[in-house]
Design a binder for this molecule. Sequence first.
Ligand code: KIV
Length: 269
Amino acid sequence: MSAQKQIRRITAPQIAKRKGVEPIVSLTSYHAHTAAIVDKYADFILVGDSLGMVMHGMESTVGVSLDLMIMHGKAVVRGTQRALVVVDMPFGTYEESPAEAFRNAARVMKETQCGAVKLEGGRRMAETIRFLTERGIPVMAHIGLTPQSVNVMGGFKTQGREEETWSIHEEDAKVVAEAGAFALVLEGMVEPLAAKITKQIPIPTIGIGASAECDGQILVLEDMLGLNPTPPKFVKVYGNLGGQIEAAVKSYADEVKDRSFPTEEQVYR
Ligand code: KIV
């Protein structure tokens, strides 16, 4: 029995069992304070490699490193106690072979103490998904618009606009589920295709820009909070954090400039 205080987090198998029972709530988070808030409402928190763009101003997720994911993963695990924390495997750390994927995913799990990893790709990643899950690493798969392949896809394009392409995505979904993925992110996919896949596979689908027909939803936290001045078109913006931060920074700057910045006594009165 561990001497550590027992923390009961939601597990990957519990997420898998939610299919057809209750919609799954999830958001991204990359840092301890926001994660602590999200933790109260989300079933799982994704430390997405979107952090490369959101936190570090990169052009795409391609430049994100394993060390960066581990650093943010640790922060999110420290800030939370309830939600399952899933950490993205960044580009170039899992595609070469199942053994390479295991080595890097095990490092992510050990160093961050997260409960699962996510990787992008359908059929091409099935062998790796099986290899990881059989060796104790729960895997969330991700198909449709896969941002790490932006340079091959030629941009961030909604998938499935032509019905002739649907069978490719349906096959990807079926194969990753058979390989042992506990959930599947469907990103940037037309609604009828997302609905069809959701009906066809036994694991929950988590939509992002893939309609309300999925078993759960995920959004990038900063997009839905109104911190991103140009969020993707499908995002409903629930807050105005950008505006609030600007107003607060402006008030502070004005007070410093006109010498009305409060003394400690005034602040703590
Ligand atoms: O990196 C990320 O934030 C993601 C979500 C968009 C699903 O993969």
